[in-house]
Design a protein around this ligand. Structure first.
Ligand code: NAD
Length: 355
């Protein structure tokens, strides 16, 4: 009998993960000892959160670099590299969200310095080998083993200060990693299993954070789900949804996580006729009658944004965006995608129409 598993060639990225609430300082020392670090450059870490300040207590800090900006501007990267060289550092510690981790990755890409990531949001960049740097409004991205953090320290107490809206937005970014992994170019039974487990954890976590922002359990679950989602995404690659969001973000300077939140349900609705079993399983895993119903319920529980219009995208940008996205559609998307399909999808997402 056929198992249905087919044939696949799967890679899981090697990374040490130390998880424990209240353990960040101790685990960071363990990770740095493991690397033989003596002169550390610390990126980020400036949040008003006593637990975050404590994390660096035992770190041999040679350079502190607190400036962080969204989308990793190239001039910031150059300045950070100059400080790293002047300080003769042997390792990088990134304490912050995806923007801080992104800066560390850009430095590592040039210098080869090892990174230990201490995430304070749920976006999951720490578990991928994907980097991005913005020069003159153009974001270049790539994949390199040099930028994958060697170790990740997860401590949910560091995320207690993350406001509910930022928590749910970074969590929905992680949900997009899960769902897009299901049909991305290297999707296989292993990364799909990780994606579905991540989806269940994130659904429960984000609802829990909304109800009780100071509850540690939900925040632990969000870190766990965010990590697994990013592992699935790093393994499966970037699917149709990420190609759409990347193009829109670059063209119209839209907020990253909110764009993911608006677009994802439309991509699911578009792909569903060609991948009904996968979308049905989203519903099964989340205890809803269909995949769309499951996502709609989560979206409403976290009060997700509903339209690209409210994020500031101009309606007249739809045709040009569709033309650019069609060039980037990943081969193997379950359903063939035409410019007209994309125009319809984007117009519906722009207006926030029912799917
Ligand atoms: P972010 O790092 O930009 O942080 C958002 C805001 O939250 C910032 O103002 C930050 O100072 C604040 N913040 C972070 N942690 C906090 C805490 N514990 N308490 C209080 N405030 C806190 O946002 P993000 O959602 O983590 O990351 C988004 C960026 O990451 C995007 O640029 C995206 O492209 C990138 N990203 C990259 C990958 C990848 O694989 N390369 C994956 C996911 C996201």
């Amino acid at each position: 009998m056929n198992s249905g598993l087919g044939r696949f060639d799967h890679v899981t990225l090697a990374q040490r993960v130390l998880f424990g609430s209240g353990d960040a300082a101790r685990n960071l020392s363990l990770a740095l000892d493991g690397l033989g670090a003596r002169r550390v450059m610390v990126l980020g870490g400036g949040h008003r959160n006593g637990a975050i300040a404590q994390v660096l207590a035992d770190v041999p800090v040679a350079v502190r670099f607190a400036d962080v900006a969204q989308h990793v501007p190239a001039d910031l990267v150059s300045r950070a590299i100059r400080e790293a060289v002047a300080g003769d550092v042997d390792s990088l510690v990134a304490v912050g969200g995806g923007s801080t981790t992104g800066l560390a990755k850009a430095i590592a890409l040039e210098t080869g310095l090892p990174i230990v990531a201490v995430p304070t949001t749920y976006a999951g960049s720490e578990a991928t080998d994907v980097w991005g740097v913005t020069t003159d409004g153009h974001k270049a991205t790539g994949v390199s083993s040099r930028v994958l953090p060697r170790a990740v320290i997860y401590d949910a107490t560091l995320t207690l200060s993350l406001p509910v809206e930022l928590s749910t937005r970074s969590g929905l970014n992680a949900v997009a990693h899960c769902v897009d992994s299901l049909w991305a170019p290297r999707a296989d039974p292993i990364n799909r299993a990780l994606a579905f487990e991540a989806l269940a954890a994130l659904d429960s976590a984000l609802r829990g954070i909304v109800v009780e922002p100071s509850g540690l359990g939900a925040r632990e679950e969000a870190l766990y789900g965010g990590y697994l989602a990013a592992v699935a995404f790093a393994s499966a690659g970037s699917g149709l949804h990420h190609k759409i969001c990347h193009t829109l973000g670059g063209m119209f300077d839209l907020p990253h996580a909110a764009t993911h939140a608006v677009v994802l349900p439309y991509v699911v609705a578009f792909n569903e006729p060609a991948a009904p079993a996968l979308v049905r399983r989203i519903g099964t895993v989340l205890g809803a009658e269909s995949g769309q119903a499951a996502l709609d319920a989560l979206w409403s529980a976290v009060d997700a944004p509903a339209s690209l219009r409210e994020l500031g995208m101009p309606e007249r940008g739809v045709p040009e965006a569709a033309r650019r996205i069609v060039e980037a559609v990943p081969p193997g998307n379950p359903r063939a995608v035409s410019v007209t399909d994309l125009e319809r999808l984007l117009a519906a997402a722009w207006a926030g129409e029912a799917r």
